[in-house]
Design a protein around this ligand. Structure first.
Ligand SMILES: Nc1ncnc2c1ncn2[C@@H]1O[C@H](COP(=O)(O)OP(=O)(O)OP(=O)(O)O)[C@@H](O)[C@H]1O
Ligand SMILES: [Mg+2]
Length: 486
């Protein structure tokens, strides 16, 4: 894994019970509105195609239509960016089916048995917790209607939006207003009172408290009182708390644990490379054209999975890679103008070369992605590799291929053969063995490889010192290495 990994993360796609390892709760600043516009992109896509009136909507899936991406078209660009925007809820959500089923199953059980209960959802940022809760709410409602159960009232609160932590009780009480009964005391007291006595049947209430850690007060009272509401004999609350810290329940709800009322925990693990790739592809499938080269998406998925598994990062890096393509197109348009001006003044010269014109239908390539990634994840190792002279980069590339999956070390003579092989296949004259050996010494001094001692230079032991991912990442943007790195 590349060494740029900076965040603590949980891995695997499975839903597991609360791990025992402790981790401090993470506080985050209030953020983003997730106003959903589920079908807006598809609608716009259809509209534009209809406006252009040559393409039937049934052709949307066809390869020929999907290949008509023109990044110079402002409207297309806008749609692509919208599909990748954080506030655009995808019409289908993949890779979180298991977690959603656990939460949905829990809610269904509560509704079926008219029994209160609590659940705590945790996981690193950008792992689809909030988005999944939106799906669960919709699915629970549909299930209740289909099954003839009374549909639970839903209260969704982003705790960061409350000016006072106790406002949550006011909001819950607000859902019971239909009872029309006047009571005295604080909203919390009124709720405790309400849930202590049998009362005229009211619907169950599903409370989704997102960013729950904002309710942690010095005395932990609010969080505690909130979860305790589900333990009252006539409580109607299905409480789902969502936050990042995996041990929030253990740390802040010890009394609930003592009472054996600790909420069950569902952990959202960091997305893996394959999951990130699948999610990106699924979102992009809503477009009638292919925008990214597959390798570019794969690179993004690999780097983001290694660093954080945060889907938010993957989406914004993809949008940034599109901007790299836009810059390239703008630059080539300038060149095109210059060339055309030149050719009209020098009559016999041909007009702009084809490759410049072809840019019009170009896709977001791996080099755009590498640039976008490097803006997000700078690492000293990657910087060092990128600033090496070309032949030293070739040596690193050949060492990576040489050591890949095979051995942990080798010797200079063997590495030289690998290096010379790459040079020859790329029609570059290789350096002689003496020069090669000197370059390896430089790489050794930079900490990129480790050279052992031997009287015979060729027999000096070589051990890789940098991660394969860092080498790939650093060199991917350089055209020369694109084939070598496969
Ligand atoms: N499985 C998925 N499919 C499509 N998009 C996803 C998926 N998971 C996450 N996303 C996208 O990633 C972004 C972050 O997801 P979400 O807000 O659900 O994360 P979170 O786990 O609640 O993060 P945080 O802990 O920071 O609140 C959203 O824009 C969402 O659309
Ligand atoms: Mg969230």
């Amino acid at each position: 894994m590349p060494s740029i990994a900076s965040k603590r993360k949980l891995r695997s796609s499975a839903t597991t019970p609360l791990p025992t390892t402790a981790s401090p709760p993470t506080r985050k600043s209030p953020r983003r509105c997730t106003a959903a516009t589920p079908n807006s992109v598809t609608t716009v896509v259809r509209k534009i195609l209809t406006d252009e009136n040559h393409i039937e909507s049934c052709e949307l899936e066809s390869k020929s239509v999907r290949s008509r991406w023109n990044p110079k078209d402002g409207e297309q660009l806008r749609m692509v960016k919208e599909v990748l925007h954080l506030s655009t809820a995808p019409s289908t959500m993949v890779c979180r089916e298991e977690e959603q089923n656990v939460v949905l199953g829990f809610c269904k059980g509560c509704v079926e048995h008219e029994k209160a209960g609590s659940l705590y959802i945790c996981g690193c940022p950008g792992t689809g917790k909030s988005l999944s809760m939106e799906k669960v709410k919709v699915n629970l409602r549909n299930w209740a209607i289909e099954g003839g159960f009374s549909v639970p009232e839903v209260l969704s609160v982003n705790c960061t939006s409350m000016s006072n932590t106790t406002d949550i009780f006011t909001k819950i009480l607000g859902l019971h207003k239909t009872l029309g009964k006047k009571d005295s005391g604080t909203p919390l007291k009124q709720l405790q009172n309400l849930y202590s006595h049998k009362s005229p049947t009211t619907n169950m209430i599903l409370i989704v408290a997102d960013e729950l850690d904002y309710l942690i007060t010095k005395d932990r009272a609010v969080l505690h009182d909130l979860f305790m509401l589900t333990t009252f004999p006539f409580s109607r609350c299905i409480l789902i708390g969502v936050a990042n810290a995996i041990d929030l329940a253990d740390r802040f709800l010890p009394r609930l644990t003592a009472l054996n009322c600790k909420p069950s925990v569902v952990t959202f693990r960091a997305y893996t490379k394959d999951q990130i790739l699948r999610i990106l592809e699924e979102r992009l499938n809503e477009l009638p054209y292919i925008v990214f080269q597959h390798q570019a998406l794969e690179l993004c998925a690999r780097k983001v999975a290694a660093a954080s598994g945060d889907m938010r990062n993957a989406l914004s890096i993809c949008r940034s890679a599109i901007e790299m393509l836009e810059v390239e197109i703008r630059d080539s348009a300038c060149n095109l103008n210059t060339l055309e001006e030149k050719s009209s003044s020098e009559q016999n010269l041909p007009t702009a070369p084809d490759f410049v014109k072809k840019q019009e239908f170009d896709m977001v390539r791996i080099d755009h992605m590498a640039l976008a990634l490097s803006k997000t994840y700078r690492s000293p190792v990657v910087d060092t590799i990128q600033s090496l002279p070309h032949h030293q980069q070739i040596i690193l590339c050949s060492s990576m291929k040489h050591f890949r999956g095979l051995k942990k070390d080798s010797n200079l003579g063997e590495l030289y053969k690998s290096y010379a092989g790459i040079c020859k296949s790329s029609l570059i004259p290789p350096a002689g063995i003496m020069e090669f050996s000197n370059m390896c010494r430089v790489l050794n001094d930079q900490g990129l490889i480790k050279l052992g001692q031997s009287r015979d230079d060729k027999l000096r032991r070589v051990t890789p010192k940098v991660d394969e991912g860092d080498i790939t990442f650093a060199l991917q943007g350089i055209r020369f290495f694109r084939n070598c790195l496969q």
